[in-house]
Design a binder for this molecule. Structure first.
Ligand code: FAD
Ligand code: NAG
Ligand code: NAG
Ligand code: NAG
Ligand code: NAG
Length: 351
């Protein structure tokens, strides 16, 4: 059959790593897989978002096509995470109570249908009764959520990929077609580059958080009357707790603001359930600034034919915004399905 085919995945963030692992399950003996990325989990960079994430799961109600698609991807990720949490303790995934307190709930939170789309699949879901709501809070819920230690989780995914025979190459792709020249006989390139470079719909949303040593046993999110969100996310496997966070579209400032840090911590001491020993004081590990790779209308998951006779295929999977971990396995499955439909992968009789 000649040259062995190489499938190239660009990107080693949570989207690229999950997608590469999912594709690996479908490779035939004549196919191999290579992740090409500017950054891998053994490094940090302001433009490599995944290791800066919280990361927890907080459903987002809505009735738009994007909201419905994302809710479905989140549900599948939730189910997959249950299995991984049980079977792979080193993944850092931990299930715990998630609590939401909203001071000014937007309409989609008060509409039973749109709430069901997002929250319907959760274990232990219940809305808080009036006397359970803290001062100033109009609507609240609790449910069984998950949290993970993002740098540890990404390193774990990469380890699994390599163990299963995956190859890696540290390289910055600057041209669309170049990716097809990075290995022998490349027919398919999967584009998990986060923000990418020249999609006018892509933009970044800056997030500043503060990582503290203080332990916290739940992940709590409070929506403030001004529409901003405040949250605490424990990082399992002794990773401390992330207190956040800002959402600043198009803001490229890489330097953490000391004023923002002070506000985050002050707010957190009022609202979050830290242990009494904390005494409202925080033991800061570091400030974090990350760039969420957002995209108008949500992720681009799409096949594009390129090359002379359109004989090469790019499968795009970028633009996860603030939800890359929550969506990850749903996206990985959707990309794999697209590849099966386009005969870039071949269905196995059974897995
Ligand atoms: C403060 C903060 C908190 C967050 N909290 C959460 C949370 O609680 N839950 C959640 O689900 N999400 C959260 N997120 C969002 C999450 O971090 C992102 O959605 C996710 O990391 C996006 O992953 P990605 O793989 O698409 O991109 P990235 O992690 O940015 O990875 C992109 C990859 O592509 C590579 N790449 C890019 N361009 C090129 C090129 N030209 N050539 C070669 N390689 C290239 C990069 O090197 C990298 O390997 C948070 C983000 C921030 C900033
Ligand atoms: C991050 O990306 C921006 C925009 O592409 C670029 O100008 C900047 O140099 C990058 N920073 C680093 C540290 O790579
Ligand atoms: C980081 O990992 C990548 C991919 O496995 C590898 O190519 C690179 O050499 C590593 N870099 C360092 C500094 O270890
Ligand atoms: C990946 O997507 C980005 C858009 O964000 C684009 O600029 C880039 O050319 C794509 N890369 C490949 C190899 O298709
Ligand atoms: C802190 O809380 C106030 C409202 O009490 C809010 O306006 C502000 O945005 C919050 N700051 C941060 C950084 O979350």
């Amino acid at each position: 059959m000649g040259d062995k085919e190489t499938i190239v995945v660009i990107g080693a963030g949570v989207v690229g790593l999950s997608t590469a692992l999912q594709i690996q399950q479908h490779l035939t003996a004549s196919q191999s897989i290579l992740i090409v990325a500017r950054e891998f989990p053994n490094t940090t960079s302001i433009n490599y978002t995944s290791p800066w994430a919280g990361a927890h799961y907080r459903p987002s109600p809505g009735t738009s096509a994007q909201a419905i698609r994302e809710a479905d991807q989140c549900r599948r990720t939730y189910d997959r995470f249950k299995r991984i949490a049980a079977e792979e303790p080193a993944s850092s995934i931990k299930f715990l109570e998630g609590i939401e307190h909203l001071e000014a709930p937007p309409p989609e939170y008060l509409d039973a249908t749109s709430r069901k789309v997002a929250y319907g699949h959760l274990e232990r879901y219940r809305e808080l009764s009036r006397d359970e709501l803290p001062e100033g809070v109009k609507w609240g819920t609790r449910y069984w959520s998950w949290t993970l230690n993002s740098p540890v989780y990404c390193a774990h995914l990469l380890r699994k990929f390599i163990l299963k025979g995956g190859q890696t190459k540290e390289y910055t792709v600057t041209n669309l077609l170049e990716a097809f020249e990075l290995a022998s006989n490349v027919k398919t390139v999967v584009n998990c580059s986060g923000t990418g470079f020249n999609d006018p719909k892509s933009f970044i949303i800056r997030g500043q958080t503060c990582l503290v040593r203080n332990p916290c046993s739940v992940t709590l999110t409070r929506q403030l009357a001004d529409g901003s969100w405040s949250f605490c996310i424990p990082r399992p496997l002794d990773g401390g707790t992330v207190i956040g966070g800002t959402k600043q579209p198009h803001n490229w400032d890489p330097i953490p603001s000391p004023e923002t840090r002070a506000q985050l911590l002050e707010n957190a001491s009022k609202w979050f359930l830290f242990t009494p020993e904390s005494g409202g004081k925080f033991d800061v590990i570091r400030d974090i600034v990350g760039r969420r790779p957002a995209r108008e209308g949500g992720m681009r998951i799409e096949v594009e034919k390129v090359g002379k006779d359109s004989n090469k295929t790019i499968v795009h999977a970028y633009g996860a915004g603030g939800r890359g971990f929550e969506l990850s396995w749903g996206v990985a499955e959707d990309v794999t399905l697209l590849m099966l439909e386009n005969r870039l992968l071949h269905a196995r009789a059974s897995l």
